[in-house]
Design a protein around this ligand. Structure first.
Ligand code: FAD
Length: 157
């Protein structure tokens, strides 16, 4: 099977966009990721999938904790910054929550302790035990078919 066909099919599944953040030796690191899902309610567990070549892969193993910042509809450039697609001149401001660096303007933040990880093909699935949640009243940033989008509510039938 062609990689392009696989990518196009997977990219047709619309998702939100997150930036994973963590801190190593007082340095803050972030990486854009949309492979994020809720796993379990009791205990509260979530999963992210990180490519083996991403630097964040090792950072999470070292820090053993991470934050998932769910981006709002006005954070497209933030997503591009942490995907290495742009290099913004202005510094990204980070706040702090549960001992982790977070993006203050995110729609939601989920902080996690690393629960376990599974190497699956060329990615590792990191399961996080949720330690804290912050939630704002904002609209989500959406990613589908390689493009950023906004949600549009359908009229009630
Ligand atoms: P680096 O190359 O180290 O960092 C990425 C970028 O973030 C760099 O440009 C760096 O300058 C910037 N950055 C890091 N820390 C800071 C900071 N403190 N202040 C300012 N800038 C900073 N890959 C996956 O593995 N899993 C996914 O689920 C996934 N989903 C994606 C979804 C979307 C919508 C996009 C666009 C990309 C996605 N990627 C995903 C790809 C991933 O974001 C890139 O491959 C990433 O650049 C590689 O991460 P890295 O850890 O090597 O980061």
């Amino acid at each position: 099977m062609e990689d392009r066909l696989f990518r196009n099919a997977m990219g047709s599944f619309a998702t939100g966009v997150t930036v994973i953040t963590t801190e190593i030796a007082e340095e803050v690191y972030g990486m854009t990721a949309n492979a994020f899902m809720s796993i379990s309610l009791n205990p509260k567990l979530v999963a992210i999938s990180i490519g083996e070549h991403a630097r964040m892969h090792q950072y999470i193993k070292d820090a053993k904790q991470f934050a998932i910042n769910i981006l709002s509809s006005d954070q497209q450039m933030v997503s591009k910054q942490f995907a290495g697609q742009v290099n913004l001149e202005s510094k990204i401001p980070f706040g702090s929550y549960k001992g982790l660096p977070i993006l203050e303007d995110a729609l939601a933040v989920v902080t996690c302790q690393l629960h376990c990880d599974y190497v699956v093909g060329d990615h590792t699935i990191f399961i996080g035990q949720v330690t804290g949640i912050k939630l704002e009243q904002k609209e989500p940033l959406v990613f589908s078919q390689g493009k950023y989008r906004k949600l549009q509510k359908l009229e009630d039938e």
